[in-house]
Structures are given as C-alpha cells and as structure tokens.
Design a protein around this ligand. Sequence first.
Ligand SMILES: [Zn+2]
Length: 125
Amino acid sequence: MSAPQNGVTTFDLRFKRPNAGDYISPDALHSIEHMLATVLRNSREKDNVVYFGPMGCRTGFYLLTTNLGYEEILELLKECIPVALALDEVPGAKKEECGNYLAHDLEGAKRELIAYLEVLRELGA
Ligand SMILES: [Zn+2]
C-alpha cells in the first residue's frame, strides 16, 4: 500500500515472493485479471475500485482504489476471491472481448487464488 496520489491508493497484491523462482503462469495471470476485475467491479465497493491488473513480473497484481484502507481491502478480497473461485468460466474471454482469448487457464487461476486466499486469512480474521 502506498500513500494516496490524487485520492487513489495502490495496493500491491503479492501472490508470489519476488525473485524466488516461482511465478504465476502467463495464462493464469491473464485469467485472474479477468476474474477478479469482474468480481471487484461488481462488488459492494465497485465505486471505489479504480483498476485491477497484473504485475509484469508475474508475482501479483495491482489494485487501485479510492477511500479504502488496508483492513477494508483485506475484507473485500476475502469476500471477492471466493466469488471468483465459484466462476465456472473466465468472464470476458470470448474472442470478441479479449485480445488473447486462447491464453487462459481457469484451473491454474483458481489454484493461485486459493493459495492467496490462505495467505490473506493468515494475515487476519
Ligand atoms: Zn484478456
């Protein structure tokens, strides 16, 4: 979490330890982008979600928000990830909706989301 700039706070959602040799696969990264962006934009905090997208290093994602603190983001993610895990297809992944529609991995995305949810749960109830 960095200090707000123009009212927008960036949260670094680190799924992987940097430079540890284990990265999110490109296809899973792409699918998580679609899944969590969709769920966050339909959540109770949708008006405070500015952007959600992948880190180029494939260790996690950026979540840009307004008016939300660390604890609120933690709670929001603990609500939204289970919703994403319940999806039975990647949203917005049709050829006319996505710039690389064959590059998706729903099951791989879910494995990464399950692991990250465990990390979040260990951070606090
Ligand atoms: Zn896409």
